[in-house]
Design a protein around this ligand. Structure first.
Ligand code: SF4
Length: 324
């Protein structure tokens, strides 16, 4: 088993995991809340190292990443662990329940990329930050072989492991679930502040996009949406923001988001942010130049990119993103 990178030893063979803000205090034999690590006689091990529950090829737009090599496929892999307990989890069968996994190595990921003519790998579906040691090793190896690396994450990690990880990560989509701590505590079993810190740090160190799932009655009020938009604008108004339609899943039976709410959020955000998109609905997924309105990217069965060296061909505005 792989020894975990972030933990401190305590008396009586106990350990504290210092990877994420939960800080699980574990007695000998105990498993962390994320099910990805266990204490064995006073040493913490990453039991999910090199074990995956899902391997697929997805369009990069499904992550969602709209400004990161659009129109390309990304090899997508997941661990069977998560440090949140979101009652609306769309992937609860692989994130919230123990399931059989199979072995994967960084070399196997490279082989799969070569076989499928794919130059990107995403650590996604469940919570990749709880797969920390494997993601760190695999992403470092893949980057050396010119494969881009992507994290789709809840952003719930401590600053030190995040700083060690980001040099081997090219892009992130962070799920910013709401702008009030009560939502994180009650609905996700997490906390807001560390997620905001991750977003601020990631914005300076890799390509970043954000997703916000609008759940009726929980985080879809004007004041909630406004506070989220203000936060994103305070970090960088160019960060693409994806508002996503909620559907009932797992433990939550609230009715799906009214599409009027999504369009309203879109209008509110467009006043302050350069790139705003809607997800989980049939909608025009185009990108226009925030400065002159020129059509830059169309997405659908075929992706068309109308950029010159990453800038608008009409007014030369540099468009936030990674284009080649
Ligand atoms: S990474 Fe897992 S074991 Fe470590 S503190 Fe977070 S939930 Fe607990």
């Amino acid at each position: 088993m792989q020894e975990a990178k972030y933990f401190t030893r305590q008396t009586g063979n106990r350990v504290i995991c210092t990877l994420c803000p939960h800080g699980c205090l574990l007695a000998d034999g105990e498993e962390g809340l994320c099910r990805g690590r266990v204490n064995r006689r006073g040493t913490l091990y990453a039991t999910n190292y090199g074990q995956t529950i899902s391997v697929n090829l997805d369009p990069i737009e499904k992550k969602p990443l709209y400004h990161f090599l659009p129109g390309n496929q990304i090899l997508s892999i997941a661990s069977n662990s998560c440090n949140f307990r979101c009652d609306f989890c769309q992937n609860f069968s692989i994130s919230q329940q123990p399931q059989p996994t199979f072995a994967i190595t960084p070399e196997m990921l490279l082989e799969l990329c070569t076989k499928h003519h794919c130059s990107m790998v995403a650590f996604t579906y469940t919570e990749p930050l709880t797969w920390y040691e494997f993601v760190l090793d695999a992403a470092g190896f893949l980057q050396k072989h010119h494969i881009k690396t992507v994290l789709v994450t809840n952003g719930f990690i401590n600053p030190e492991p995040l700083a060690e990880l980001l040099p081997v990560i090219d892009a992130m989509n962070v799920d910013l679930k709401a702008m009030y701590d009560g939502f994180y505590k009650k609905i996700c079993g997490g906390a807001l502040k560390p997620v905001l810190a991750t977003i601020r740090y990631a914005a300076k160190h890799c390509h970043l996009e954000l997703t916000n799932l609008l759940i009726p009655g929980e985080n879809d009020s004007d004041s909630q949406i406004e506070s989220l938009i203000d936060f994103v604008a305070s970090v960088d108004r160019r960060i693409p923001l994806h508002f996503s339609k909620y559907f009932p899943h797992y433990l939550r039976s609230t009715q799906p988001t009214d599409e009027k709410t999504l369009y309203h959020a879109l209008e509110m955000a467009r006043a302050e942010l350069d790139f705003v998109y809607l997800g989980n609905i049939i909608h025009s997924h185009t990108t226009r130049c925030p400065q002159c309105g020129e059509l830059l990217i169309t997405r659908g069965t075929k992706t068309t990119i109308n950029l010159q060296d990453g800038s608008c061909p009409s007014c030369h505005y540099p468009v936030y993103g990674v284009w080649k």
